[in-house]
Design a protein around this ligand. Structure first.
Ligand code: NAI
Length: 477
């Protein structure tokens, strides 16, 4: 069997590496139009940082796992074609700012149609609006010149989380496969299931109709983001009442109906998916006339924006209502730990908010490249996939970037922790404190530090959703 995956990104790369690794009898080729990305997949410096990924790639690459820019050849030869291209939010035209932009998906479908001389199973790996399979099927059928070629479309959304992708792919909660309830549809589902059955128990492979599978992915992301926004809303209430959001999380998380996961308050969720997929859901609801449902889910995003804004306001008000020309060290720029991905990271909005008030920022992140930070801070919202001329990188003089946390914090008035990197917990904060301007502030946007110890050292600490430091409390009374 030959598998080809179009799109060598955060999803296509790791998922196909895992299939290649677990299925030595299957040839897996990942193709992309981005030559630099493919070159990186063929090197020892992979294009994405993900714990354990390099080991998996090295075990299978050159054996039955290949990365190539020859899209036409490998798509043409494949029995199963996964499509894992980007599906960003539309930046212009009807539905701009909400609807999914399916330009890349349609482009991939047209390529498949034009080079196919044998029947194929087409697998939607990208997250797409419900009913996309219908549209894609029309593009495939109308553009393939060989009438004997059959396309069977399946929806197989990916639930991996960046930072734990290899763990999630090795031992997934479930694999979801949606297909048509026809003879050909059932056969295609069985073929795709047989790939996963190389390492995943049959009872973890859920089969549904196409639309349920497509909608399940959007719903899963909306529910996960909603949990974060719910806890973030409560974090604001905690600060106002003296409750502690971590204690509240623990108390409610032990209720087996709620469960303990995804109950951490933070400076806000980020990543390429949550916001985009909720906006997509909101747009779909609006287009079918379900305004109340659309508003319900939109609130999850508004709460996320509120949380980032609230954090910036806390920093400014705590520092005597002026941060102009004050150096602020930013610890962490990635949207979560163990990834170098910055798409929609809350750090973008927080940094912009602080810069707008005149702060001199110095950013340190162990995995994010400098040029990415300059690019992100100059890019308009929703534009990370196709930056417009307006979204040129910000000038290097506008922000400092350090590759050392101690240096970033030297002579700073404050530290803002925006990503929960484990290493931030183990720094010598006494030494950091000694090199900072006094009073020295720490704003912990992830609640990962030992706040009591920091206060002992002398820091004025703001911890999200926790009783306010007496210094800050006095300030607000
Ligand atoms: P990405 O932007 O990292 O990768 C997409 C790749 O597709 C790019 O390298 C691009 O050059 C390539 N591409 C686009 N059009 C192409 C074409 N016609 N031919 C060949 N290559 C083409 O995107 P990512 O993060 O991998 O996401 C892909 C999809 O998976 C999206 O729909 C996303 O919502 C979904 N997803 C993402 C998750 C994540 O954690 N990043 C998790 C689950 C789903």
């Amino acid at each position: 069997m030959k598998i080809c995956c179009i799109g060598a990104g955060y999803v296509g790369g790791p998922t196909m590496a895992m299939i290649g690794f677990k299925c030595p009898d299957i040839e897996v080729v990942v193709v992309d139009i981005n030559e630099a990305r493919i070159a990186a997949w063929n090197s020892d410096k992979l294009p994405i940082y993900e714990p354990g990924l390099l080991e998996v790639v090295l075990a299978a690459r050159g054996r039955n796992l290949f990365f190539s820019t020859d899209v036409n050849k490998h798509v043409g030869e494949a029995d199963i074609v996964f499509v894992s291209v980007n599906t960003p939010t539309k930046t212009r035209g009807v539905g701009a700012g909400k609807a999914a932009d399916l330009t890349y998906w349609e482009g991939a479908a047209r390529v498949i149609a034009s080079v196919s001389t044998s029947s194929k199973i087409i697998v939607e790996k990208s997250t797409v609006p419900v009913k996309t399979a219908d549209a894609i099927e029309k593009v495939l059928r109308r553009n393939c010149s060989d009438p004997s070629v059959q396309f069977e479309i399946l929806s197989n959304p990916e639930f991996l989380a960046e930072g734990t992708a290899i763990e999630d792919l090795t031992n997934p909660d479930r694999i979801l496969i949606g297909g048509k309830d026809t003879e050909a549809g059932r056969a295609a589902i069985a073929t795709l299931a047989s790939v996963y059955e190389h390492w995943i128990a049959k009872d973890r492979i859920l089969c549904t109709n196409l639309w349920s599978a497509e909608l399940s992915k959007l719903t899963a992301n909306a529910m996960l983001a909603q949990r974060i926004s719910s806890m973030n809303s409560i974090s604001a209430l905690c600060e106002a009442t003296g409750a502690d959001v971590q204690q509240v999380s623990r108390a409610i998380g032990t209720d087996s109906r709620i469960g303990p996961k995804f109950l951490n308050a933070s400076v806000g969720f980020g990543g390429s998916c949550f916001q985009k997929d909720i906006l997509n859901l909101v747009y779909i609801c609006e287009t079918v006339g379900l305004q109340s449902v659309a508003e319900y889910w939109h609130q999850v995003i508004l709460m996320n924006d509120f949380q980032k804004q609230r954090f910036v306001e806390r920093v400014i008000s705590a520092m005597f209502n002026t941060i102009s020309k004050k150096k602020i060290a930013v610890f962490g720029f990635a949207f979560k730990k163990d990834t170098g991905d910055t798409r929609e990271t809350p750090a973008i909005d927080v940094c912009r908010g602080l810069m707008a008030d005149g702060a001199n920022l110095c950013v340190y992140d162990p995995e994010v490249e400098d040029k990415q930070i300059y690019q992100d801070l100059g890019t308009e919202k929703f534009e990370w996939d196709h930056p417009s001329p307006r979204s040129a990188p910000i000038p290097k003089t506008a922000i400092a970037i350090s590759h050392d946390a101690m240096e970033a914090a030297r002579d700073a008035h404050a530290i803002c922790v925006l990503t929960e990197w484990d290493r931030f917990k183990n720094y010598d904060y006494q030494a950091i404190y000694d090199n900072m301007v006094k009073p020295a502030f720490i704003f912990d946007g992830r609640n990962i530090l030992d706040h009591a110890k920091l206060r002992e050292i002398g820091f004025i600490v703001y911890a999200l959703g926790k009783p306010l430091d007496p210094f800050l409390q006095k300030h607000y009374d």
